[in-house]
Ligand binder design. Structure first.
Ligand SMILES: NC(=O)c1ccc[n+]([C@@H]2O[C@H](COP(=O)([O-])OP(=O)(O)OC[C@H]3O[C@@H](n4cnc5c(N)ncnc54)[C@H](O)[C@@H]3O)[C@@H](O)[C@H]2O)c1
Length: 358
């Protein structure tokens, strides 16, 4: 009954051995397959829930559960704290992933979720773009150039022949380091005014930490008629990145509708104005080909099915590469009826019967 633990060093070793491009390809392929084969009789996804606070910045700590019926469950715990980089020099998104045996409740594995979240969020946008964007897209615009923007660009670069990247962020310091953070991609990255980005991009990713009621983050007055937008940053009630008029004239596809109507761009729309979910897009991709030359939006809130796929890839690569360790986390011992027996086994004798007087 041990628990597999993957530390950041283990995951760094996976990256070193497998390579970032191969890893992103593995995540994209796994996610695409997960969507294509999704069967809600076999896999149950729940909308996330959590705790929130409003000052000094709005932040949340959330749990995102998914169960493979009669088999295992993955629960991601993820926090969104946009003050983190400035206040504590740690990422806005910090997360851990845990895997449970449904039959026994045993914690089978515990891994980092921060890297996995960034990978799978990029991969989901790339998959949505693969279905909805003009396949000849060459110019990618990034509004918000923080952590998620790196994997948005990386994932898109695996599926599209990108010639130019246009970057915009309200924080000049973040913008200044973006090219260096993406140097491994060997792409032509230009810092441009937002108006220029909007006018020239074939695919736009909005991945901002815009505040509540502070959006939208683009004007959408001069977009290409075929632009595809991956709206990644809208994931709280009252946090939106796109103008309502743009949503109304576009095919808007949420990743997980039940969640997107509460905290995605879809919170701005009436039920009849919302398009198919990402799973439907992937299952019936040829049906949506006609939309590749019109305006489309992927409303990405991030959902638990994606986390399950990412965790499975990491655990499987860890086994292949031979990293990770096992630890006996739970107090399970030989006598299931005696909650103290694990401690007796540990000391190898009877426990002290008399409590120390306080
Ligand atoms: N959909 C998903 O699955 C998913 C997954 C992870 C994170 N997110 C969301 O994506 C967003 C970005 O996350 P991150 O980890 O990159 O955060 P981050 O803090 O690393 O980067 C966010 C960037 O947005 C910039 N920004 C804020 N307001 C802006 C505006 N109006 N215009 C342009 N830039 C602006 C900030 O300056 C910052 O550089 C967050 O809102 C996060 O909650 C979504």
């Amino acid at each position: 009954m041990d628990t597999i633990i993957l530390t950041k060093d283990d995951i760094a070793e996976i990256v070193n051995r497998v390579g970032l491009h191969q890893l992103m390809d593995d995540i994209i392929n796994k996610l695409r397959k997960t969507f294509r084969n999704f069967d809600d009789e076999l896999t149950q996804v729940r909308a996330r829930d959590g705790f929130s606070y409003l000052t000094p910045y709005p932040g949340v700590l959330e749990w995102m559960p998914v169960m493979q019926v009669d088999d295992f469950a993955v629960i991601k715990v993820v926090s969104y704290n946009p003050g983190n980089p400035l206040l504590y020099q740690v990422p806005t998104i910090i997360s851990t992933l845990s895997l449970y045996n449904i039959r026994t409740g045993h914690l089978m594995a515990l891994t980092d979720g921060t890297f996995a979240t960034a990978l799978r969020t990029g991969a989901a946008s790339a998959i949505a773009s693969e279905v909805l964007a003009n396949p000849a897209s060459e110019v990618v615009g990034l509004v918000g150039c923080g952590a998620q923007a790196v994997t948005q660009l990386h994932a898109l670069s695996r599926l599209f022949d990108i010639k130019r990247v246009l970057a915009y962020d309200t924080d000049k310091t973040v913008l200044a380091s973006f090219s260096e953070r993406c140097r491994f991609l060997d792409l032509d990255i230009q810092i441009v005014p937002r108006e220029e980005l909007e006018a020239e991009a074939d695919i736009i990713c909005t991945a901002t930490s815009v505040g509540l009621d502070a959006g939208p983050v683009i004007d959408a007055v001069n977009l290409k008629s075929w632009v595809h937008i991956n709206a990644v940053g809208s994931d709280l009630p009252r946090k939106i990145e796109l103008p309502l008029e743009l949503l109304k004239e576009s095919l808007v596809c949420p990743d997980y509708r039940a969640q997107a109507v509460i905290e995605g761009e879809c919170q701005q729309l009436e039920p009849g104005e919302i398009g198919p979910e990402l799973i439907q897009l992937v299952k019936n991709a040829p049906e949506y080909k006609a939309y590749q030359m019109s305006r489309t939006v992927f409303d990405s809130t991030g959902f638990a099915l994606e986390d399950k796929a990412a965790m499975q890839v990491l655990l499987s690569l860890a086994k292949e590469v031979g990293v990770g360790r096992t630890l006996p986390v739970e107090s399970i011992a030989l006598d299931p009826m005696d909650p103290y027996s694990f401690a007796r086994e540990h000391v190898g004798s009877e426990l002290t019967r008399t409590a120390t007087a306080v």
